[in-house]
Design a protein around this ligand. Structure first.
Ligand SMILES: [Cu+2]
Length: 181
């Protein structure tokens, strides 16, 4: 085996490993469904309750295990019944709202790739409604992009790990090739 050929095959092996690593680790992390629109919109000021809360994502969702809960300023649930998933939308019914203040829409839904995504949209009710509150809200809060690791930060960490692995594997391969020739 010529030295050039050894070097070339070593390079090919390292490249292939890198490609596989990048695809396995970074690919799925970047491919999750993302919220693109909501009704009410983030920070919307409403003087009356809409019939439904609707969240629209960038791609079709899976219908398994949707969670969509509306928590009022009184810390009670205000959604009615179970959420439904249809195409790129998930939604839940409201039957009026109550006190003036901030309402949190907490969601968790299954991405097209089978992994869950979760987050929160908030809106303000500016005029008290006459709806009847649901049960006291549980203390589940979704992880949102604010605080914690953002997708971008995770991608950065993954790229860093891949680069370090590449350097380690690369130097091992170069050492082996040098020893053989
Ligand atoms: Cu995923």
């Amino acid at each position: 085996m010529s030295r050039l050929f050894s070097r070339l095959s070593a390079f090919a092996v390292v490249s292939a490993m890198l490609a596989v690593l990048a695809a396995v680790v970074a690919g799925p992390a970047a491919a999750h469904s993302a919220l693109v629109e909501s009704n009410p919109a983030q920070d919307a000021q409403l003087d009356a309750a809409p019939d439904r809360v609707v969240l629209t994502f960038n791609e079709e969702l899976k219908s398994s295990y949707p969670v969509l809960k509306v928590v009022g300023p009184d810390n009670n649930f205000w959604q009615r019944g179970e959420p439904s998933v249809s195409g790129r939308d998930m939604s839940v019914a409201l039957d009026g709202l109550g006190p003036v203040g901030t309402y949190k829409v907490n969601y968790r839904v299954t991405s097209a790739d089978g992994h869950p995504v979760e987050g929160q949209v908030t809106f303000e009710l500016t005029k008290a409604g006459t709806g009847t509150p649901g049960p006291v809200a549980d203390d589940w809060e979704p992880e949102t992009d604010e605080g914690g690791l953002s997708g971008l930060a995770i991608t950065g960490i993954v790229v860093g790990i891949v680069v370090v692995l590449a350097l380690i594997v690369g130097s091992l391969v170069v050492m082996l090739v040098r020893r053989r020739s």
